[in-house]
Design a protein around this ligand. Structure first.
Ligand SMILES: Cc1cc2nc3c(=O)[nH]c(=O)nc-3n(C[C@H](O)[C@H](O)[C@H](O)COP(=O)(O)O)c2cc1C
Length: 301
């Protein structure tokens, strides 16, 4: 085993993404690799728990890719054999701190760099992950792998439990439903994927072209109502963001009102679209299953 240098970049409000990053990366250190963690630091911290107006108030800047700035990174010198980006999805887009990293003064870090994207979010990750890949590629990086950790339990209930968690800071804010967030089985799976990736990284010949480490592993799952929902709202979000961004400014009453309107739109689309999508899934399983399978095995190109 040849020890390699691994950089893990993470940011988390609740601590969930930090645990995701550590669960995946610990096996690299256990295998003898040098692992360096760096946390992103927004210049002005985002609130947590959120209020309805601040949560939905971040929608235009997030979707339009105009993130609030982060502090410069303090990194040890030298090249990295692997960069792990442990990022979350916000409004079907990369969260603002990661968008800020990939468009800000430290973006040069990614030139010629092999990147493993480690996504953790509620369940709608496909569009946000694709946008993250584009940002990495625009900086000359190569995304070779993707691991996705999504919240456990019923996908319908998680809409409400995740929002309640974000607005109260409590995972079990809705007592009648299962707690929000990732289940312990996900951390076990992340540790196993990390072990496989660490072993393969150590076995690579020095100077070899950066290759995927987990190409043959199941690294993501997709639910049909979510994937189909992304097809619909993913097209509408940029239109809404452009309009709201053009006519309102952050912190104004107009932005607060747009936040409430967005909440109403999202709740009504969840309730209005979920059941039809479940019916489509049941009736057309023959076509739905191969489509989901293709999404879950997205080629990282
Ligand atoms: C503003 C905001 C928007 C979010 N949008 C999405 C989304 O579009 N899809 C999704 O699956 N999860 C979404 N989430 C959940 C996050 O991806 C993530 O799971 C949650 O914020 C916990 O991450 P943390 O480690 O930063 O606390 C959103 C969270 C926030 C705060």
């Amino acid at each position: 085993m040849t020890p390699r240098r691994v950089l893990v970049i993470w940011w988390s409000q609740s601590g969930q993404l930090k645990t995701v990053a550590e669960s995946f990366a610990k096996p690299f250190a256990d295998a003898g690799h040098e692992v360096h963690y760096v946390a992103l630091e927004p210049v002005t911290p985002f609130p947590f728990p959120w209020k309805v107006n601040t949560f939905f108030g971040e929608f235009p800047e997030t979707v339009l890719g105009r993130p609030a700035p982060i502090q410069r990174l303090a990194l040890p010198p030298g090249d990295w054999d692997l960069v792990v980006l442990a990022a979350q999805v916000w409004f079907l887009s990369p969260s603002q701190p990661f968008a800020a990293l990939l468009t800000g003064p430290d973006r040069g870090l990614f030139v010629g760099q092999r990147v493993l994207t480690l996504i953790s979010c509620r369940n709608m990750w496909v569009t946000g992950w694709r946008r993250l890949v584009k940002l990495v590629q625009a900086q000359g990086g190569m995304v070779t792998d993707r691991v996705v950790a999504t919240h456990s339990g019923s996908v319908f209930a998680s809409y409400f439990t995740t929002l309640a968690w974000m607005l109260t800071g409590k995972r079990d804010a809705i007592k009648a439903l299962p707690a929000a967030g990732l289940g312990s089985e996900t951390f076990t799976r992340l540790a196993e994927l990390g072990r496989v990736a660490a072993e393969r990284l150590g076995a690579e010949p020095r100077g070899a072209a950066p290759a995927a480490l987990l190409a043959d592993q199941v690294t993501a799952t997709v639910s049909y109502p979510h994937a189909a929902g992304e097809q619909v709202v993913g097209r509408l979000f940029p239109v809404f963001a452009t309009i709201i961004g053009a006519v309102t400014r952050p912190g104004t009453l107009a932005r607060d009102l747009s936040a409430v309107a967005l909440l109403c739109f999202i709740l009504s689309s969840v309730i209005g679209l979920f059941v039809p999508f479940v019916i489509v899934e049941v009736l057309f399983r023959r076509w739905v299953d191969p489509w989901l399978d293709r999404l879950a095995r997205l080629p990282v190109a």
